[in-house]
Design a protein around this ligand. Sequence first.
Ligand code: NAD
Length: 298
Amino acid sequence: MAGMGPVGFIGIGNMGAPMVRCLAKGGFHVVIHDARTEATEAFREAAPQIRIASSLARVGEECQIVITMLPDSKVVRSVVLGQNGGKSLADALKPGSIIIDMSSSFALDTRALGEELSSRGIGLIDAPVSGGVPKAISGTLAIMAGGDAGLLDRVQPILETMGTVHRTGPLGSGHAMKALNNYVSAAGLIATCEALIIGQRFGLDPHVMTKILNTSTGRNNTTENKVERYMLNGRFDSGFALALMEKDVGMAQTLADNLGIGAEELNLVHAILGKALKALGSTADHTAVYEYVAKLAK
Ligand code: NAD
């Protein structure tokens, strides 16, 4: 894009890969990096404006704006500030640079990271997303952006290539919003799975149930976008790991705890996801909660 340097992008996973394609389609040059070389390899011949950087330091040296799309706050912190003495992203970035953390990180960790970066003259924006892999591909993600309004103005054209930007307030507010959204989404997932299993035991057809739910007050993101596409056909391949959903709901719970709020359903949803994760394993997709609920009913 005219007048803007290359954008760095770290974390080329299920979400990062299609988001990088949207950035390139939007006219930006992108410098990508991932700890797994196979994740970036697919981009070698993909588009001339996407370049692979062999290290975090190279991304920081070449870019003034860098996006992180990593599993969680812990990984974001280790990439940004470094661990084991290696050169970190922040070591390589020039003062005046901006990091946009689009991962689903923990709001309070984000605030702490923002303070550490600000003492080095580096800005931080939190801009987590909702919509999953399908909306990452179509560039129609909901982006919850928190942080300084001046910094947000600078990065808005970048974010707009990937979806619709909703400004949420100060740094960390996007991450808080995202964790709370995923709690509501997870509650809908579990309720839908239970209703489908109970209904089938009674003799209802799950496809008919889904149609009725989708035209009734039980409608939610799981009934609309997941039951037929990933669950009833046994595919369980939405591209959003159960481990990540469990992490998100855990962050919502920790946030509530920090605010002194006892939220009964939130605690329950987090406990159910924890049990499902233990039963299904760390590589399970979140839609496989349907299988977990079905097994419990046997
Ligand atoms: P993913 O596991 O597919 O991708 C994460 C990528 O980060 C991987 O390619 C991994 O190799 C890389 N990585 C890990 N540690 C690294 C390090 N130290 N240095 C460089 N690269 C490293 O995860 P995802 O599904 O793409 O999710 C990414 C983030 O987006 C998570 O915070 C998740 O909660 C959130 N999210 C995911 C979805 C979804 O549907 N998958 C939707 C919304 C938000």
